[in-house]
Design a protein around this ligand. Structure first.
Ligand code: ADP
Ligand code: MG
Length: 343
């Protein structure tokens, strides 16, 4: 913890917001007015507007014993932007609402906003407003993201057809394995001030948990290749659960192949070390923030040529259900066992 901390009451709510948002320059033409009035003012002529929001509660969705506040700010923005990309949109603005308990000082909120502002810069998004209140217990963060997409390019969960290819970006299960590692080290370090966790050789899975990225690059690659997916979703609750969402909304079935599921080496090593089933982690571990989408079969070659995208199976008639074909040719039904904080 820092040496010298400034109590929030010395700045007050207005002073705090001024302090952490000073110098913000608006980047998007659709942002007419940002922070500082009763409302932000946006201008979106002739386009579809996409809006998404997320609520994050301390000790339900994040644990500050191993999550640095800057990373938390970054991730809180990224998970919302991921939802806009998952509709094939471009994020343009965010609002940030905070509930802050007495435990937090000005410096802590500064760190949080360092991460929030970094994400805004990386993804070209404007921070245009929010709300700030005190909370009785812990930190509460709610972020809303606003974006746009041409009407005929919005991609929903509803458009998958039989014979479409099922595609996924990046690799899966790493963020979940990173979380397992962080939790293990938290337990090991309890009550031991001098404990330094050793994450060498495990940097990738830690980064996937603490500093995920939204796949803006994949959306761009698909656009460049002239591919508009028939359906798309971002993977926040695990591949299995998200693929079932697409299937249920689109009234189709699916077959995916175990040997095609992209998994990083570090994820596999960690699963082995923790004696956990690797494929289960890749299917059901959450927080990958990769894109899962379907494309028509005739675009097979175009999609296969894009780096970072893997074809993992195909869509079937609804009557055939939802299954994964294992390496030894068995069919196992897909289940939604994703991370659901409500369970
Ligand atoms: P109001 O009383 O109208 O809700 P506030 O005093 O809460 O206004 O907010 C003043 C300005 O500061 C508004 O533009 C609001 O969007 C912005 N704001 C408030 N809290 C935050 C925050 N946590 N992050 C970014 N902007 C904020
Ligand atoms: Mg307010």
């Amino acid at each position: 913890m820092e040496e010298k901390l400034t109590e929030i009451s010395t700045l007050g709510e207005f002073g705090l917001i001024d302090h952490v948002t000073k110098g913000i320059e608006l980047k998007n033409d659709s942002t007419i007015r940002g922070i500082g009035d009763d409302c932000a003012q946006l201008h979106y002529p002739d386009t579809e507007i996409l809006v998404t929001t997320d609520l994050l509660l301390e000790n339900v969705h994040f644990d500050l014993t191993y999550v640095p506040l800057k990373h938390l700010g970054y991730k809180a923005v990224v998970v919302n932007l991921s939802d806009i990309y998952a509709m094939n949109g471009t994020p343009r603005q965010i609002t940030v609402s905070l509930g802050i308990s007495k435990r937090f000082a000005v410096e802590h909120i500064e760190q949080l906003y360092d991460g929030i502002r970094l994400a805004c810069d990386v993804y070209g998004v404007d921070l245009v407003g929010g709300d700030t209140t005190s909370s009785r217990q812990g930190l509460v963060i709610s972020i809303t993201a606003i974006g746009d997409a041409p009407k005929n390019e919005v991609v929903s969960r509803y458009g998958a057809h039989a014979n479409d290819l099922v595609c996924v970006s990046g690799d899966l299960g790493a963020a979940y394995m990173g979380l397992q590692l962080l939790e293990r080290e938290k337990v090991a370090s309890a009550g031991n001030k001098d404990f330094t966790p050793d994450f060498s050789g495990k940097e990738y899975i830690i980064e996937r948990q603490l500093k995920p990225e939204a796949r803006k690059d994949i959306i761009q690659s698909l656009r460049n290749a002239g591919i508009v997916p028939t359906s798309m979703i971002d993977i926040s609750d695990g591949l299995s659960s998200e693929l079932l969402h697409i299937c249920h909304k689109s009234h189709v079935g699916c077959r995916i192949y175990e040997d095609r599921i992209p998994i990083d080496y570090q994820t596999a090593v960690m699963a082995e070390e923790l004696n956990m089933n690797l494929v289960t982690a890749a299917l059901n571990g959450g927080e990958d923030y990769e894109l899962l989408f379907t494309v028509p079969l005739h675009q097979h070659e175009q999609v296969e040529a894009i780096p970072g995208i893997k074809i993992i199976g195909h869509i079937t008639d609804e009557s055939l259900g939802y299954a994964m074909i294992t390496r030894d040719g068995q069919e196992i039904p897909l289940r939604a066992q994703g991370f659901n904080h409500m369970q």
